[in-house]
Design a protein around this ligand. Sequence first.
Ligand code: C2O
Ligand code: CU
Length: 457
Amino acid sequence: MAFLLKKINLNPKKMKNQTKVVEYNLKASAFNWAIAAGKTIEAWGFNRQVPGPVLKANVGDTMIIRVTNNLVEPTSVHWHGVCLPASMDGTDGAQKPIAPGEIFEYRFVVRQAGTFWYHSHTNETVQMEKGMYGALVVEDETDPVTDGEKIFMIDDMKLDADNKFTTPGWSVPRVIERHDGREGDTLLLNGKENSIIPIHAGHTERWRLINSASARYFMLHLGGKAFKIIGTDGGLLEHPRLVTEVLITPGERVDIAAGPFEEGETFAIESLVYNRSTFLKAKRQTFATVRVGAPKDSVAYIPDTLRTIEPLAPHDAAITRRIKLSVVPSFKEGLDFKVNEKVHVNDKPVKVGELQIWEIDNVSLMDHPFHLHGFFFQVIEENGKKPEYKAWKDTYNIKPRTKVKIAWMPDNRPGTWMYHCHIIEHHAAGMMAYFDVIDESTPYSEKVAQHNHHHIL
Ligand code: C2O
Ligand code: CU
């Protein structure tokens, strides 16, 4: 096979509840990738595929992921949603980017089940756009039983007539791309245009959807058919939610139970219009087509209670930090994207064990998907109202002129973390902050040791 995947199971008996070490090798490089018959792009990605390979583990497993950089520029990998040690988070604050020709070994224990993903965290507006992302799935015995599972990574690329990535010049398109984020008309589901997705009649499958686009808001719609949302960023909800559409913003994940459908049915996996106040108007667009095949017996069972989620804080808990998101004209760049009136911020530290109640106040006229690295939060209030259901989130859309209160607990993982808008162009234009989680009981020498990078040459 073209991709050099190695999975080592240290417990050959594979008994239940026994954790294991799962190893993967990811090689970042440039390569030709066919997004459709006769339509090839020069992608950047992992193991010569877009998306990169699906990385899988069970709760409690240790993942060792060796990243080799065969690109012409530095890179790093962020494990979006995984609650790992700060030194493994893949950001500039956590490590020196992996230079061309270098290898970096990421190593962490996965403690929560759910749909996660990995992506480049260096020069993201270029590297993520070209395909440097993949899914990371953590399973648990408590997952509901379904007839099958599919992972759908949603993306779009902006290509010119020769299927080359556009680089907007110093002009109107550049400011539009800075404002709207980069959206293109090449619509990809798992790196392919216009895929046909098969499913058996009578089957109910778990579909894990991941929005890996730079900026595109994806309003999932399955031909008007109802589906159940069973999970979000941080794993299962308490109860399934029956809907016909759901918004998935860049960085977010939604797990649904899809089906049962009837033999011969065909319908589109499409995105309905969601207006987030961009210059370029949102359109209703089809990403793939589902074809329902011959019937098969089902063993699927989606219980009404999937798990319980303990509330972290009452909705009126006192705010410990205010974060203001704004978009302001700038002489140099046309527009700046700010956190508390500044671009590229160093925010105050938080202490291990001290409950955080943050109010994120979006005073701008457009939406921003707010992403916190390394920790799940609960939304406890939105414009003064309690949310209708509980969920663990790491990315949450903050609508224009909206205040969202989130609660989260810095557990004992000191180090440098960050939060930012997951519209990658907004992140690059300043809407981001580093902050430290500090543990005052740890002596300085140990902190330095914790920061030791696992660089191999
Ligand atoms: Cu998925 Cu810092 O991002
Ligand atoms: Cu934004």
